[in-house]
Design a protein around this ligand. Structure first.
Ligand code: ACO
Length: 707
């Protein structure tokens, strides 16, 4: 981490910068980059490089980088793709630390070999690459605008990392319009070397960046990203827009950036696990970033809505449910707080409805009462244009009270109405006050703030660990490998379950009627019996299965019947014995899985199981390892969770054992590199204290043995 921090500093605070391909022709990218650096106020030396030499924008143009005397930490490369390798050779001679390669025409158009060649050269010569295929880097701390985007960037405290160049350039302009100041903007392009994780790691500890916004399409090294995100979200809010939510979008993202978009549900759950605040779109993300940078944290969960209109109050209450914000329902306390200002026909139930006739003074009084009450943790203040509503006066009150109470608790505003209301919104926004024209937008922001608050208030917990008999797992895997299989047979999968002490149905193979009875009595009635024969694939068709055998007599009869049926079915079949299985008691059918995810590395999955899992898709994912608390949180995330709590008078199910099973399955995967996928479906879950049973287990191996 320290190494990354030290070296990355040169990108954001270079002691000298060269532009290779600087052009004296206005309108060319090589001109614009130099112009932006100069007009942006970069205080260190700028060296335009072009074989033609000469002068531009008051600077000497050097024919080659080797002619420069001073230190150059960063070179912006704006020559055509076929000249980039040569430009890097020049950079290496001058000990340049970062090359920002704006040039397109590499992996994004299939020119993977050339991208690899330049990346290898850079690595061998200690040059870090940003890009290729980027629009550049902006860094407020050194007033450096090394981009070909807009020249006029407002410095501030939001850092943006973007995988899309066009979105990034547009965001420079958009943030200005929205009154958002930037501490940094980095375009990562093809991410041939430096990626969003390296940058996030640096920005986490850079004080100027109060919020980090990331626009992502595909993820290449998700395992590291998860690790860095977990730490970063503890220090500051991290807002992420990840495109490719839909399968069409994911395909478009993959072809746009050439990186794996991954399954969106996996990303969504892992982002939640890491404490990331995920926005649906750009406007929403910008709304949040603008105010997250400056907002105090709530100190608890109780919010109060103050409104002069019942309708917008109700709409906001709906929005609070959607964005998981809890409204205070301490009726006595609310009544006491607002009794002086509440008309007899108003409502002291949350939302607090002052009614349409409320004067600005009454509104102010109610607002102050809410802000002073220590039991109220956040206030949403709504103004609806009515006959007596004075938008200007409302704006003044909002401004004054916001300034006074901003350090104490979060206050958000929403105003709804005509021209003068819109004017007040614009005025308040300009002053950095969180005001929104729509109650859903306001509540979404409050929801984002609460996500950040809750993430920071959960103490970080150590991963839960379990003992596993790794030698037994390796032995089962070795047998499959020796057989040339990429999957384990049912018995091998059961051995793996036993190695982690995951309960499986009991099963024995009997070779005589008496042995079958003995096994049935050891296992306990009722039992199931099945023929064991490689020559009989469809056991039921052959009459080779008997269910629900409840006593000795039924077992003896079934043994004889199975033998007879199978001989009649196929006279020459080799019958190895008859399997006596525990008859599975029905429980809640769940699914537990673990896999090496292409984007995120080891991940675990839990959900409602059985045959409808594909249709219902009521599942949750997490990056592994996991603490016990985080595992329980994952279990609680699925919609069917009430089934585990017990519905209609049923007992609570053994949720602790479900958590243990998820943790065990995760560690099996992590302990054995050869295993790529484990799926238990169904995992039958019984009443609390009675455990779980892995009824059906599938285990797949990686295709390459080296893994
Ligand atoms: N060292 C320094 N300068 C050199 C060298 C050299 N070895 N060789 C040539 N040059 C000069 C050229 O003479 C030229 O300067 P001039 O205008 O004085 O003649 C300058 O370098 C640029 O070379 P050109 O051949 O004119 O190239 P051009 O400017 O047309 O294109 C560019 C270069 C911009 C890098 C282009 O190849 C490219 O990749 N464009 C796309 C950039 C892009 O969109 N990136 C992604 C952004 S993100 C997004 O999606 C918005």
């Amino acid at each position: 981490m320290k190494g990354n921090q030290d070296s990355m500093k040169y990108l954001f605070e270079p002691r000298g910068i060269a532009v290779i391909g600087a052009s004296q022709t206005p309108g060319k990218i090589g001109y614009k980059v130099v112009e932006n650096i100069v007009t942006g106020g970069y205080r260190e030396k700028v060296y335009p490089i072009n074989p033609k030499g000469g002068e531009m924008l008051g600077l000497s143009v050097y024919k080659q980088i080797a002619d420069v005397d001073g230190t150059i930490d960063v070179a912006v490369v704006v020559v055509p793709a076929e000249l980039v390798y040569g430009a890097l050779e020049e950079c290496a001679k001058k000990n340049v630390k970062f090359a920002i390669i704006i040039t397109s025409g590499f992996a994004e158009v299939g020119n993977v070999a050339e991208e690899r060649r330049i990346t290898r050269f850079a690595r061998d010569n200690n040059i870090r690459i940003i890009g290729p295929n980027v629009f550049g880097v902006y860094s407020a701390v050194s007033s450096l605008n090394a981009t070909f985007g807009p020249g006029d960037v407002t410095a501030g405290n939001v850092a943006i990392i973007t995988q899309s160049g066009a979105i990034g350039i547009a965001m420079i302009g958009k943030t200005k319009v929205e009154g958002i100041g930037l501490s940094a903007m980095i375009s990562v392009g093809n991410k041939s070397d430096v990626d969003e994780t390296d940058l996030l790691e640096y920005l986490t500890f850079q004080d100027d960046a109060k919020v980090v916004l990331m626009y992502l399409e595909g993820i290449k090294s998700g395992e590291r990203l998860v690790e860095v995100l977990r730490k970063a979200t503890r220090k500051k809010p991290i807002v992420v827009i990840k495109s490719g939510r839909s399968s069409r979008g994911a395909q478009a993202a993959a072809s746009h950036t050439g990186s794996l978009a991954g399954e969106d549900k996996v990303f969504d759950d892992i982002a939640r696990q890491c404490g990331v605040i995920r926005a649906e779109g750009i406007q929403e993300a910008l709304n949040w970033c603008k105010f997250l940078a400056d907002s105090p944290m709530p100190t608890g969960e109780d919010c109060v809505i103050i409104t002069n209109g019942g309708g917008i109050g109700v709409l906001t209450a709906d929005a609070c449910e959607k964005y998981n914000i809890s409204l205070s329902d301490e009726v006595a306390d609310l009544k006491k707080t607002f009794e002086d200002v509440m008309p007899s026909f108003g409502s002291a139930k949350n939302p607090i409805d002052l009614t349409g006739g409320a004067s600005p003074e009454e509104y102010d009084q109610a607002l102050v009462a809410a802000l002073r009450n220590e039991n109220i943790d956040a206030v949403a203040c709504l103004g609806c244009q009515t006959g007596s509503f004075d938008a200007d006066r409302f704006a003044k009150i909002a401004e004054e009270r916001y300034a006074q109470y901003r350090p104490v608790k979060p206050i958000v505003f929403s105003l709804f109405g005509g021209e003068e209301v819109e004017r007040s919104i614009a005025k308040l926004k300009e002053k950095g006050i969180p005001v929104f024209a729509d109650v859903y937008e306001m509540t979404a922001f409050l929801g984002a703030l609460y996500r950040d608050y809750r993430n920071k208030s959960v103490p970080s917990a150590e991963p839960a660990r379990v003992d596993i008999d790794i030698a037994s797992i390796d032995a089962a895997v070795a047998r499959a490998r020796a057989d040339g299989r990429y999957f384990l047979l049912a018995q091998e999968a059961q051995e793996v379950m036993r190695a982690a002490a995951i309960a499986i149905p009991q099963s024995r193979i009997a070779h005589s009627p008496d042995e079958a009875v003995r096994y049935a009595e050891e296992i306990g009635y009722p039992v199931v019996m099945k023929v064991v024969s490689k020559d009989i694939i469809h056991k039921s068709d052959a009459g080779g299965v008997a269910l629900e055998l409840v006593d000795r007599k039924e077992v003896l009869d079934a043994y004889e019947a199975i033998m007879r049926n199978c001989r009649n079915y196929k006279a020459d079949a080799l019958i190895e014995g008859i399997q006596v299985d525990e008859m599975i008691q029905s429980g809640v059918e769940t699914i537990v899985g673990a896999r090496q995810d292409g984007a995120f590395g080891p991940t675990v999955m839990f959900g409602l199981g059985g045959v409808y899992v594909e249709v219902l898709k009521d599942i949750a994912f997490r990056a592994f390892p996991l603490s016990r608390e985080a595992t329980l949180n994952m279990i609680g995330q699925i919609d069917s969770y009430p089934l585990l709590l017990g519905v209609r008078g049923e007992a609570r199910k053994d949720i602790d054992e479900v958590a243990n099973t998820i943790i065990k399955v995760g560690w099996i995967l992590c302990s054995c590199d050869a295993i790529s996928d484990i799926e238990i479906n169904p995992l039958a879950v019984y009443d609390h204290g009675e455990g779980v049973k892995a009824v059906d287990v599938r285990i797949l191996l990686r295709e390459s043995e080296e893994a």
